[in-house]
Design a protein around this ligand. Structure first.
Ligand code: PEP
Length: 253
């Protein structure tokens, strides 16, 4: 059975000290309660190394929120996957809609980032999702397929990849699709993966992301084609994050 995966995306929130305090409190409290899914914390870049050290030897991974291409070079401000890996990251989010919108990371960049991540031993969490306008025009499946295919065409296989269905209109808005709809779109993604890679496509984990919280998590956990969640706002509070994990595991554990 595929192990569930819950990913916390802290975006540009939490100082290094706040990140450390979260992890310390989490480790103290979760020990008593947790039947955990695989969990990944994606903190701000300055906190990544510190958290990776704090979580060494634990069943919790640290991820980055994006990566720059290449290994090293005269690229002011850039952080390559190699540097992230060396700092302790195991995963990296690519194609998040905020990166697509705010930093112009289009499908071609996302594709190259996924390839670069795998080359240096990072597992890419590849985000795809339609905008509200695209949804209203009935273009959800076409948009998702285009985004998925643009990445998988460039890969040799799908081992170590994760996909996240993140409808843009649901991120940070409190709006969510029904679990049935999220499951249906996960099926669209899965079918595309299986068509391209008949042997491994069916084993790739597909997450849902967009306003998941401790109230809604059980509904998404009941969706058979979803293997986990990518969580922004609701991952910032320890109690909420623990409750979210418990809610998921009560349904799927
Ligand atoms: C995200 O950042 O990927 C996300 C899903 O955010 P939120 O949970 O806040 O909607």
């Amino acid at each position: 059975m595929v192990r569930s995966l819950l990913v916390a995306n802290w975006k540009m929130y939490k100082t290094v000290a706040e990140s450390q305090a979260f992890v310390q409190e989490w480790l103290e409290r979760r020990a008593k309660t947790d039947r955990a899914a695989e969990q990944v914390i994606c903190p701000t870049l300055p906190a990544l190394y510190v958290l990776a050290q704090a979580l060494r030897g634990r069943d919790i991974r640290v991820g980055a929120q994006t990566l720059d291409l290449g290994r090293e070079g005269a690229n002011t401000g850039a952080v390559s996957g190699y540097l992230l890996r060396e700092a302790g990251a195991s995963y990296v989010i690519v194609g998040h809609s905020e990166r697509r919108r705010l930093y112009g990371e289009d499908d071609a960049v996302v594709r190259d980032q996924a390839v670069a991540a795998l080359e240096c031993g990072l597992k890419p969490i590849i985000c795809v999702g339609e905008s509200r306008a695209e949804r209203e025009l009935g273009r959800t499946d076409a948009v998702i397929l285009h985004q998925v295919q643009s990445v998988i065409q460039a890969l040799n296989d799908l081992a170590d990849t994760v996909f996240a269905y993140e409808p843009v209109w649901a991120i940070g808005t409190g709006l969510v699709p029904t679990a049935e709809e999220a499951d249906r779109v996960a099926g669209v993604i899965q079918d595309a993966l299986v068509r391209a890679y008949p042997n491994s496509g069916g084993t790739v984990r597909i997450l849902y992301g967009g306003s998941v919280n401790r109230q809604t998590v059980r509904e998404f956990a009941a969706a058979p084609r979803l293997d986990g969640a990518l969580v922004g706002g609701a991952s910032l509070d320890v109690e909420h994050w623990i409750a979210l994990n418990q809610g998921w595991m009560e349904v799927r554990g």
